[in-house]
Every structure is written in structure tokens, then in C-alpha cells.
Design a binder for this molecule. Structure first.
Ligand code: MCA
Ligand code: AMP
Length: 514
């Protein structure tokens, strides 16, 4: 007799949180449409049935580059429901970037915006993808047309905790993006921990309402926000794009808001942000990039609310969080709070020695959210783990006597701009390939709006006159817009140390002032 395996599919678990009244509103979209919980179930079943009809092999990847819409959310849910692997891609990615992801992940299905069908389908079919569908943010496209013929019933696929649910591409310090493989178990365990830690209120407890204003192709908007709301049967106010005035208007009807620091900075720029406007709000959460202490204190002064800052990565989901409940401690600005239950976090010296409380070193973690490895990169995966199974985050930090973690920097050469990661090595590679360029260095400098922005410093080949504006324009034609350095300087030489390595700290100091 076969042993009965418990159902550990993430979609099944999320559904357990849906309210008893499935006709109540689950998502209120900014174009005015309201979707009930039953609508989410029906739409995800139809899409799951469509995916299943394609007879894809187990573990097939569904790569998705579409504008934010509730239908895109149901496609994510449908992929989980069918036991397939969701692979979201930033809408800013252009053809060279998309070619890499599609070649690397070999998705069985690609879903793109109708406007991009020509070039995306060409890339996909060349890479061996069997099906390319379109999905637009106005509920049109071949995906929904095809799904319309399918049943609104679909049994949820049986998924083991370590079966893959999603692959999230994160850029690499060598310039090559790596696909972080996340399992149903990774995502569900993290969602359950945050449910408790952040005191999500079920419908029976008066319910929460989340303002969802983040993109849905990264961990923050896709997992932390969506899983939080669905697992608790909480309504989402679904905003296709972040606009501070629109968010202000919704505060009166919402209780939870999640944002990267830039969103808080932009909200603080609104004179309409007052204590009264946020009267109904219960919780403001920030993450994905360091929240400046000024933003933290200005928010307190203006709204009376203390932002809860948390820390995580695509490879690990959430790792630490400042407390929500007062009895668990204070929310301390400049820190990302203690490790979440189940997470082991330690700080180590360069030689791997574990450092005592208060000392600064590399942050390493272990826990149920830590990913299954990088897609097709076993050696790279092995390099990022210690012999005793800790993942090396590449972040530099310290832990105080109360267990609060402070991230003080990064050992990885990374710029975080408005919550998006930009790897200098990737941009330098593109600049160096431009005609007339001998060498370049890209560094991050502080920016009031995006937190940090890239600056490119370029050396021309002998006898060549380079135009900084033309360099940026050429990059713009090739790369996602958020990766384009905001400024470019052509110089005679780069500062180097005795080993000949470019001293990026000196460049940072020099161009910070510029
Ligand atoms: C847009 N631009 C940017 C960025 N966004 N440049 C640098 N960094 C950015 N993040 C470019 C635009 O292309 C435009 O350039 C110019 O800057 C101004 O655009 P603007 O209209 O101001 O931008 P926006 O459309 O309002 O977008 C800003 C934004 C957006 C709302 C802050 O970047 C955003 O949604 N960020 C959130 C990212 C996020 O969700 N991260 C979570 C990752 P031009 O005019 O030349 O075209 S998950 C994660 O990190 C981990 C796991 C975690 O802990 O959560
Ligand atoms: P990603 O590759 O998009 O998953 O980005 C993960 C990185 O974002 C982490 O390794 C950190 O460097 C950074 N990060 C996320 N949350 C925070 C935070 N609250 N404070 C500082 N850095 C953060």
C-alpha cells in the first residue's frame, strides 16, 4: 500500500487561508475591477488546466515577462497549482538580457506582453521553447483566450516540500545572472513565519488590507507581499505602479503597506502625508535595501508609526525582522532586527572564524527558506555554501547582544538602486565592449531618491575622444533602464592599488561629491 503523503503544495496552503465567504473581495485593482476569492480560484484553475493540457514534463519552467495585473497574479497561482516552476522576469529587461534568461532556463512556456511578442517569441523558439503566449494588462492576449475554454476545476498538484516552485534570477558579481531555485517548502515556511511575526489578522479577527504597490517579479512583491495577504485571506489593493498620491488615498482603507526605501522617501515628499491619513494603518514594512535612519525617524515624526525593517535575499527569502509585537522588543532604526524563528545567522571573519557579538564580518545563514541551489550551476552553488551548510550572503554586518542584526555593507560588488540590484561587473562588461573604450569602473554613490545610483568612470583607447552622453545612450539601447548609470565621466586613469586592482572606494568618495 502506498503511504499517503501530506499535501505541501504552496498553492494548497495559501488556499487554506482564504476566507469562508469566497464571494468577498480578494483583490481590488486600480482600474476599478474587483476580484473575489472565487475568481482567483476559477482563473487559476482554468490557467492550470491550460498548462496541463500542454503535457509539459515535471519541473517545466513557465517564464513570464508581463506588466503587473491581477491576471498575472493568477498565472503565478496557476503555475503553483499545476506543480510547475514559475520564472518571473523584470519588465525592464531588453533582448540581450531576455536571451540569456531564456537560453539558460530553457522554459517550456514563455508568457510575454503582446507588444513584445515578435522579439520574445523569436528568442524563445530559437532556445527550444515550445509555447509562447501573450498576456496584456488589459485582460487581453492569447493566454486568456486559450484558457477561456478550460474548466474552473483543477485538483492541486501534489508537491513535496523540496519540489521547485520558482526560479528567481539574481545578478552575479561576475556579471552572469544566477537562477535561485526556491521550493514549495522554502516559500511556505517563510510565509508562515512572517504570518505570525507580523501579526497578520485573519478575516475573523477583523482582517488586514494590504496595499500592493511593488512589482511582482521579485521576492518582495511576489512572495513576501502576496503570500502574506493570501495566507491570511486579506484583501489586496492592487496598484499596477507605485504612485505616492494614489497610495496616500488608499491608506484610509488599508492596514498594511510594504515598500522599498524609495517608496517611503517619495511618500515623505507628499505634504498630504499626515497622522490622520494613516489613522487606519497597522503596519509599515520596509526592505530590499537599507532604510536610512532619517527616513525611519521622519516617518515616525510625520505619521506616528515606526517602520518595521526586515532583511532577506532572493536565495533565502526573509532572514531577519524587527519585531511587530511590542512584547518582543522595539523596532530599532538602522537595524534589520533579530533572525526569524528557524533561521541561524552568524557573522564570520575572512578566515571563516565565527565572530563574537558586536564584531563586523560576513553574514552567513542557514534555515528553511534557504534555496535549493543555483539553476544549472552546481559549482557556483557549492562555492556559496560553507562546509557546515551555511549560505554566504555577501552582506557584511554585526549582531548585538539582543540578537539585532545591522547590515553595514556588502562584500559583493553590488549597487542597490531603488530596491533593484545592479551588478557593476555586468555594466562594466557592456561599457568595455563599446567602440573606443579601453576600460571602465562602475560604482554606487548615495542618492536621495534611489538610495544609491551607479556612476560610470571610463577610460578611452589611445587617440579616441569619448562622449559620456553617447556611452549612456548606447547602454540604454541594450540594458534594463534601472541599470543605466545616472552619470558617466571619461577620465585618463583609474586609481589602483599595489596589486593593480581598481580602488572603487576611492572612486566612490570622489564621485559622491561630484
Ligand atoms: C526606475 N529607474 C530607476 C529605478 N527605477 N533607476 C534606478 N533605480 C531604480 N530602481 C529609472 C527609470 O527607468 C527612469 O529612467 C528614471 O529612473 C526615473 O524613473 P521613475 O519614473 O522615477 O521610476 P519609477 O517608475 O517611479 O520606479 C521607481 C520605483 C521602482 C517605484 C522605486 O524602481 C520600483 O518599483 N522599485 C522596487 C523594486 C523592488 O520591488 N525590489 C524588490 C527586490 P529614464 O527616464 O532614463 O528611463 S526583492 C529583494 O531585493 C529582496 C529579496 C528583499 O529583501 O526584498
Ligand atoms: P536580491 O538579490 O534582490 O535578493 O537582494 C538581496 C540583497 O538586498 C541582500 O543581500 C542585501 O544586500 C539587500 N537587502 C535586502 N534587505 C535589506 C535591508 N533591509 N537592509 C539592507 N540591505 C538589504
Amino acid at each position: 500500500m502506498q503511504a499517503h503523503k501530506p499535501q505541501t503544495n504552496l498553492f494548497a496552503a495559501l488556499c487554506e487561508g482564504f476566507p469562508a465567504d469566497l464571494q468577498s473581495v480578494a483583490v481590488e485593482a486600480d482600474h476599478g475591477l474587483r476580484y473575489s476569492w472565487q475568481d482567483l480560484l476559477d482563473a487559476s484553475a482554468m490557467l492550470s488546466n491550460l498548462l496541463e493540457s500542454l503535457e509539459l514534463p515535471a519541473g517545466a519552467r513557465i517564464a513570464v515577462q508581463v506588466e503587473k495585473s491581477v491576471e498575472a497574479l493568477t498565472l503565478y497561482l496557476a503555475t503553483l497549482r499545476a506543480g510547475l516552476v514559475y520564472l518571473p522576469l523584470n519588465t525592464a529587461y531588453q533582448s540581450a538580457e531576455m536571451a540569456y534568461f531564456i537560453e539558460d532556463a530553457k522554459p517550456a512556456v514563455v508568457v510575454c506582453s503582446g507588444i513584445n511578442f515578435g522579439w520574445v517569441s523569436k528568442l524563445a523558439f530559437t532556445a527550444g521553447t515550445a509555447y509562447v503566449f501573450t498576456l496584456n494588462d488589459d485582460r487581453s492576449g492569447s493566454l486568456l483566450d486559450r484558457a477561456a475554454a478550460f474548466s474552473r476545476n483543477h485538483p492541486v498538484a501534489q508537491s513535496a516540500p523540496d519540489d521547485l516552485a520558482a526560479i528567481i534570477y539574481t545578478s552575479g558579481t561576475t556579471g552572469r545572472s544566477k537562477g535561485a531555485m526556491l521550493s514549495h517548502g522554502n516559500l511556505l515556511s517563510n510565509a508562515r513565519v512572517l504570518q505570525k511575526k507580523w501579526g497578520w489578522r485573519s478575516a475573523a479577527q477583523g482582517g488586514d488590507v494590504l496595499i500592493h504597490a511593488l512589482p511582482i517579479f521579485h521576492v518582495h512583491g511576489l512572495f513576501v507581499a502576496i503570500h502574506g495577504a493570501l495566507l491570511n485571506g486579506s484583501k489586496m489593493i492592487w496598484l499596477a505602479k507605485f504612485d505616492p498620491k494614489t497610495v496616500l488615498r488608499h491608506f484610509a482603507h488599508a492596514t498594511v503597506f510594504m515598500g522599498v526605501p524609495t517608496l517611503y522617501v517619495r511618500l515623505l515628499g507628499e505634504s498630504g502625508l499626515t497622522r490622520q491619513v494613516v489613522n487606519n494603518m497597522r503596519l509599515f514594512i520596509s526592505g530590499s535595501a537599507p532604510l536610512l535612519i532619517e527616513t525611519f525617524t521622519d516617518w515616525q515624526t510625520r505619521t506616528g508609526h515606526t517602520i518595521l525593517e526586515r532583511y532577506g535575499m532572493s536565495e533565502t527569502i526573509m532572514l531577519t525582522s524587527n519585531p511587530y509585537f511590542e512584547q518582543e522588543g522595539a523596532r530599532i532604526g538602522g537595524t534589520v532586527g533579530p533572525a526569524l524563528p528557524g533561521v541561524q545567522l552568524r557573522v564570520v571573519a575572512d578566515d571563516g572564524q565565527v565572530l563574537p557579538v558586536g564584531e563586523v564580518g560576513g553574514v552567513q545563514v542557514k534555515g528553511p527558506g534557504v534555496f535549493q541551489g543555483y539553476w544549472n550551476m552546481p559549482e557556483k552553488t557549492a562555492e556559496e555554501f560553507t562546509a557546515d551548510g551555511f549560505f554566504k550572503t555577501g552582506d557584511v554586518g554585526r549582531v548585538d547582544a539582543q540578537g539585532y542584526v545591522t547590515i553595514v555593507g556588502r562584500s559583493k560588488d553590488l549597487i542597490i538602486s531603488g530596491g533593484y540590484n545592479v551588478y557593476p561587473a555586468e555594466i562594466e562588461g557592456y561599457i568595455n565592449a563599446l567602440a573606443g573604450v579601453a576600460e571602465s569602473a562602475v560604482v554606487g554613490v548615495p542618492d536621495a531618491d534611489f538610495g544609491e545610483v551607479g556612476v560610470a568612470v571610463v577610460i578611452a583607447k589611445p587617440g579616441v575622444e569619448l562622449d559620456p552622453g553617447a556611452i549612456l545612450a548606447q547602454l540604454k539601447a541594450t540594458l534594463a533602464n534601472f541599470k543605466i548609470p545616472k552619470r558617466c565621466y571619461v577620465v585618463k586613469e583609474l586609481p589602483r592599488n599595489a596589486m593593480g586592482k581598481v580602488q572603487k572606494n576611492l572612486l566612490r568618495a570622489q564621485y559622491q561629491a561630484a
